[in-house]
Ligand binder design. Structure first.
Ligand code: ACM
Ligand code: ZN
Length: 551
């Protein structure tokens, strides 16, 4: 199976003979529910026109055997991380043995690739396979741009075909609130819509029925969805709907510009925490999984400094400052989630106070220069999802976040220290959607780079050249399936070509910003470009490029 990405990690014993998927009726032992996905996938590539399968009671005589065993009965050698499986193929049967549902979906995905490559048949043998990372994710931002259900499902399908297993779904931000709310209807009436600079209206939200449909679609493919409701910052849409939740109570609009906005939730008013807990309860009903993301990034403290209620809270709780107030607020939300049996995930800023509960998982994206508050990740004090911007921010074109960043990927922090291996839950590529307007661009930004994420999360990515060869073959699969993508060359531009591409892409934006009196944009862009390219582009070349922007 040369085209399957990620490749299998375990042992492979080839045997004589071929397994041919029966033409008429396919007998299934085990949970037939999983077969609808295989059916869908085989139908899509025309390996099936009609499909009928029956639940079969006998393990030995079924054509497909989904063999779920308790842990101690496990046959053969498997990894510890959820999703490990063994696939045994004989002329009569394809058997997946595992001890968790992710193992079943992974095994069936491998079988799909084998059958696809063999035109409905595959070679016999025994294969063991297990992922290195438990969390192999993408972040999809439905706030800045609202993607329809088909686009979301399309991404889920493309990800799960590569055994990515987590969708971190960013559903609330300054630019829109995207979930139907029965308890807080203004979140939809007001918070889901914004007025664009050209006066048009933009927005929408997912109904509860749509969310259930998506959760079930993802679940059948082995993917859990982690919803994110970002608090206390990035809340303009919520505050536009319910202005009393901010410190000033001032009316404001759902934002049509990206950036960091100063209105955040007031941490001094009791009603705010009641609102947040109530809202999270409503969201939790839709997402049945253990993790829940509560954001916590980029929460400016200007409002809290001026707010009598926030200052009273700081005094009453004996807190040091506004950072400690965010820690206090986060702790309250976290305790609420824990009462409901959930584990909170939050962005690395939540560690700033040094008081974040040890059970919270931190998603690392960046830390201000020399801040040092992320060192507890290197010390192995808590679980971490790694999404460091220079490698994993795929909302930037590959000229800025090239695929080769995944080569020998080490989860290093800004200061060069490394996340302790035992606490690394996994990795996640982000698709912030400020500049992703539609499905076409989303796919293009995703592929082929996401293949490298899938490979790195499953196997590490030590032999990059070997991976690139497989990738070139896999790109043909993307073409066959009609998935838009950058070419392999575009995904890994180097040197002059990379420099020219960046100038061509960004110079018009720099000029526009300067004309609008936003000269500081050049400095922000400069710092961003420098950081992203550090270590992969010659320093002199980086400076030449920045000079071009400043000219
Ligand atoms: C982030 O990019 N603000 C997490
Ligand atoms: Zn306040």
């Amino acid at each position: 199976m040369n085209s399957m990405i990620p490749k299998m990690s375990g042992e492979e014993r080839r045997e004589e003979g071929r397994f041919v998927l029966p033409e008429d009726e396919v007998r299934i032992f085990g949970a037939v529910a999983y077969m609808t996905v295989l059916e869908d996938r085989l139908t899509k590539i025309r390996l099936r026109r009609t499909w009928s399968y029956v639940q079969w009671k006998e393990r030995e005589t079924a054509a497909i055997c989904l063999n779920m065993l308790p842990k101690d009965e496990q046959e053969g050698k498997h990894g510890e991380v959820a999703g490990a499986y063994m696939l045994q193929i004989t002329p009569k049967q394809a058997k997946v043995t595992t001890h968790d549902p992710e193992g079943i979906t992974n095994g069936l995905t491998t079988l799909y690739w084998m059958l696809r490559e063999g035109g409905g048949a595959c070679d016999c043998g025994t294969f063991t396979d297990a992922p290195a990372c438990e969390h192999r994710g993408i972040l999809l931002d439905s706030s800045r741009h609202f993607f329809d259900v088909e686009t979301i499902k399309g991404m889920i399908e493309q990800c799960t075909l590569r055994k990515l297993n987590r969708l971190h779904w960013h559903l609330s931000d300054d630019q829109g609130y995207r979930l139907e709310s029965g308890r807080f209807p203004r979140l939809n009436e007001i918070g889901s819509w914004r007025t664009e600079p050209d006066a048009s209206r933009y927005g929408g939200f997912y109904t509860k029925a749509q969310i259930r449909d998506i959760v079930s679609y993802a679940g059948a493919r082995g993917m859990q969805i982690i919803p994110e409701i970002d608090v206390p910052g990035h809340v303009s849409a919520i505050v536009a709907a319910y202005p009393h939740l901010s410190c000033s109570g001032e009316e404001l609009e759902v934002k049509n510009m990206f950036g960091i906005h100063e209105h955040i939730l007031c941490a001094g008013k009791d009603v705010v925490l009641q609102f947040v807990c109530c809202l999270l309860d409503e969201v939790m009903e839709l997402f049945p999984y253990p993790y829940f993301h509560i954001g916590g990034d980029e929460a400016p403290k200007g409002e809290w400094k001026k707010c009598p209620a926030c200052q009273a809270r700081i005094r009453a709780e004996g807190l040091k400052d506004e950072e400690a107030l965010q820690a206090w607020f986060t702790k309250k939300v976290l305790e609420h989630l824990q009462e409901k049996g959930r584990t909170a995930v939050c962005w690395n800023e939540c560690m700033k106070s040094g008081e974040l509960d040890a059970r919270a998982v931190v998603q690392y994206w960046d830390e201000e220069e020399d801040a040092g508050y992320c060192k507890e990740l290197a010390e192995g004090k808590r679980k971490c999802i790694y999404s460091y911007t220079p490698a994993f921010y795929f909302d930037y074109e590959p000229m800025l976040t090239p695929m080769r960043r995944m080569r020998n990927l080490k989860p290093v922090l800004r200061d060069g220290s490394q996340v302790a291996a035992r606490n690394l839950l996994g990795v996640e590529a982000t698709f912030w959607s400020e500049r992703i307007e539609d499905r076409e661009r989303l796919e293009k930004l995703a592929f082929p780079r996401l293949l490298a994420v899938a490979e790195a999360a499953w196997n590490g990515l030590e032999d990059y050249e070997e991976f690139v060869k497989r990738c070139e073959e896999h790109v043909r699969v993307l073409d066959e399936d009609g998935i838009r993508h950058y070419s392999m060359a575009e995904a890994d531009l180097e040197g002059e070509a990379q420099k020219e591409a960046i100038i061509k892409e960004w110079k018009p934006m720099v000029e526009k910003a300067r004309a609008a009196g936003m000269g500081h944009f050049v400095d922000i862009l400069g710092r961003l470009v420098e950081k992203k390219l550090e270590g992969i582009m010659d320093e002199a070349m980086i400076q030449e490029m920045l000079a071009e922007f400043r000219a």
